[in-house]
Design a protein around this ligand. Structure first.
Ligand SMILES: Cc1ncc(COP(=O)(O)O)c(C=O)c1O
Length: 462
């Protein structure tokens, strides 16, 4: 029999020009409208490292990295060969009535990096890791409650959504999980109040909140850990975005010396190729779920621990170490924070630059001069946070930099680049921000873009 040759690259090439019409007809039409409105419909055709290339071959610097999955860059050759080696090896993947060797190795290596924890549960995504944390915490403590923070993001499945601190995501999907308590971030008094009735299984928190790039106060995470211990609540760090080197340490929690009872990982562990999630935890909690032979499969999912995902995780950790990727994130992050921060003195609309490593927020706010104030107010009235589009759109169109606004209604532009960016990329970023922010202080072209966006916002809400 002749081998069937399924050439996906050729298929992509032959139909990529139809991508928007395919999505309009068969997938999410609103996403197509968004991309067209803001002029992001350039048709990316190639990705390599920290760069993307559109169909004309123009190079873009990607400061979004697929929401944080491309820590080691797109299509890293070592990750690609590791995955090919799995495909070529005829491994006995997903036997189910066996245990996976590669999962054992990845678990061992992850725990070597987080030595105060003992066990790993593997899932297929960040949201699934959150779901697992909820179940393990309830089973381990016998308590129903989960405490989470305002602006928190832990995924969009039902359990994870019940811990979402932004009503935009929650509205329309209620009722959510009962016994979930929302408190302000950085507020230890509110945390103690929530924990003191001793009905809370877990407090789940992102060490740095992804939505808005909100940093903890110096004492917050350590204080939260103490309170959790006092009230016998599990302290769960969602490091799905902040982990695997993003902030210049393997886990962001290391900056504040915390030892959470559970650590959630996903995103970058995938090498940008194969979805994976992991919950690292203490043996005590783990053994409360898997406590008898007849409960050996009481939590799990069919594709959890599959060989490609495990290999992607193993390869990612090896690349991180060999290429000193975490160290690069610390160094380039510090440089960007310093140089972007220095711009704040020059521009009245630029309020604050904050972050750790390569998770950086550039925050804008109401100007003091009357002339700019009037324009700012028009935008704010039309749609809160719209001003940031006056930064992100020119960054994209004029400077070929892909960024995002840090959340709905946010005034913060977020930088989440691959952790392999170099000094030339840093120059590119600082130059582009300086230029675009300078333009946003002039009356001309940028504010006429604002007018167009206001018209769109009006139409959308009509
Ligand atoms: C902190 C955090 N937790 C959980 C998730 C959910 O991960 P996933 O999209 O893989 O379900 C995300 C995704 O953005 C995240 O940033």
């Amino acid at each position: 029999m002749q081998d069937l040759n399924i050439d996906i690259a050729a298929l992509f090439e032959s139909r990529e020009s139809e991508r928007f019409s395919l999505h309009t007809r068969r997938l999410n039409e609103q996403m197509v409208r968004v991309l067209r409105t803001i002029g992001y419909d350039v048709g990316f055709c190639k990705g390599s490292g920290q760069y993307l290339y559109d169909r004309t071959g123009t190079r873009y610097l990607d400061l979004l990295s697929g929401f944080g999955v491309f820590a080691v860059g797109r299509n890293h050759s070592a990750i690609r060969s590791a995955l090919k080696s799995v495909l070529d090896a005829d491994l006995p993947n997903l036997v189910q009535m066996d245990v996976s060797t590669l999962a054992g190795i990845l678990a061992e290596r992850l725990l070597a990096l987080v030595p105060h924890l003992d066990k790993v549960f593997f899932a297929n995504s960040g949201a699934e890791a959150t779901e697992a944390a909820i179940k393990f915490a309830r089973a381990a403590t016998g308590r129903p409650g989960i405490v989470f923070c305002n602006h928190a993001f832990h995924g969009l499945t039902y359990g994870a959504l019940s811990l979402n601190g932004d009503d935009m995501f929650r509205n329309g999907f209620e009722p959510l999980l009962p016994d979930c308590v929302r408190i302000p971030f950085n507020d230890l008094v509110a945390l103690e109040q929530a924990l003191s009735a001793r009905r809370i299984a877990a407090f789940i928190v992102e060490p740095i909140q992804g939505k808005g790039v909100i940093l903890p106060s110096e004492e917050y995470l350590k204080g939260a850990e103490h309170l959790c211990r006092r009230y016998e609540t599990l302290f769960v760090a969602d490091e799905i975005q902040t982990g695997i080197g993003r902030t210049g340490k393997f886990l962001a929690g290391e900056h504040w010396g915390i030892e959470p009872d559970m650590v959630l990982l996903a995103k970058a562990l995938s090498g940008g190729h194969v979805p994976v999630g992991a919950v690292l935890m203490r043996k005590g909690a783990y053994d409360k779920v898997f406590n008898r032979m007849d409960r050996a499969v009481v939590h799990g999912s069919t594709f959890g621990k599959n060989d490609l995902a495990m290999a992607a995780g193993i390869a990612t950790l090896e690349v991180m170490k060999a290429e000193r990727v975490t160290e690069n994130a610390a160094r380039t992050g510090e440089r960007l924070l310093r140089e972007l921060g220095a711009l704040a003195g020059n521009y009245e609309l630029l309020k604050h630059v904050r972050g750790k490593g390569l998770m950086i927020g550039v925050e804008f706010g109401s100007p003091s001069s009357l002339k700019l104030k009037a324009s700012w107010n028009v935008l704010e009235t039309a749609s809160k946070g719209l001003f940031c589009q006056l930064i992100t759109i020119p960054l994209f169109k004029q400077h070929k930099i892909l960024t995002q606004v840090a959340g709905h209604g946010s005034h913060t532009v977020k930088l989440l680049p691959p952790l392999i960016i170099n000094d030339e990329d840093c120059d590119w970023i600082v130059r582009a921000f300086d230029d675009v922010i300078a333009d946003s202080h002039k009356a001309g072209a940028v504010w006429s873009l604002g007018k167009t966006l206001v018209e769109h916002a009006m139409r959308a809400s009509a």
